[in-house]
Design a protein around this ligand. Sequence first.
Ligand code: GUN
Length: 286
Amino acid sequence: MTAQLIDGNALSKQLRAQVAADTAALKAKGLTPGLAVVLVGDNQASQVYVRNKVKACEDAGLHSVLEKYEATMTEADLLARVEALNNDDSIHGILVQLPLPAHIDAQKVIEAISPAKDVDGFHIASAGALMTGMPGFWPCTPYGCMKMLESIGYDLKGKHAVVIGRSNIVGKPMALMLLQKDATVTVAHSRTKDLKALTLQADVIVAAVGKRNVLTADMVKPGAVVLDVGMNRNDEGKLCGDVDFDGVKEVAGYITPVPGGVGPMTITMLLVNTLESAQRALSEKH
Ligand code: GUN
């Protein structure tokens, strides 16, 4: 193995300790940061994700509430719950777990969340703030990737970054964050003609497709930084990313593992955003 590992568990531990310390300081001033997590239906993966999010809040001293509803909940009832949480002063972050049942318009629900409490960063106001460089909440997964690059002291200025995937949650915001740090950014996707020709030029590659072996060793320039956002299962049922880790680790300069890479960083940045929201709420009161 030539690549150095970027350990998401270790970095998360460090950042969550800072969140815990800042939360304690905020509590001493009389304000406890609060996150509301809303889960509709019984999607198995979502149940695990929300449990982990609530537990991470508790571990760092934040207040959290988990609201669970039947899959039959109406869109109107969910919108009413979001509105109530918008008006609840003990709540600084609202997260509606996706996917939502098909009869509910997810975008409509996201737009109902107050941008001031949009700690997922999915509201169009948050997306617009990121695009224009205004203050706002950044989506947690790409934000976590940026923290990982920061942790290795990586200077993105003038570097070529290739983002594979163009989702609203990861690919597009990732590209904007890299651009903000002066990288030259290429966004590749399922219709891209010659992915390998692009990735071979890349100093940084972010794989965020949700498919195994999207990036293999022959596609990576020696020394490149490889961030793997994928969460898949291999033939043995083991968790794996989008990157062929065993092959790529022999070529890359840095690589994130799956599990233990980007995954824990997503929840960490949710805590960071919720704390930040509470800090903003306090400074607005003074
Ligand atoms: N479903 C999968 N990832 C996420 C996430 O980061 N936030 C929300 N709200 N739902 C998700």
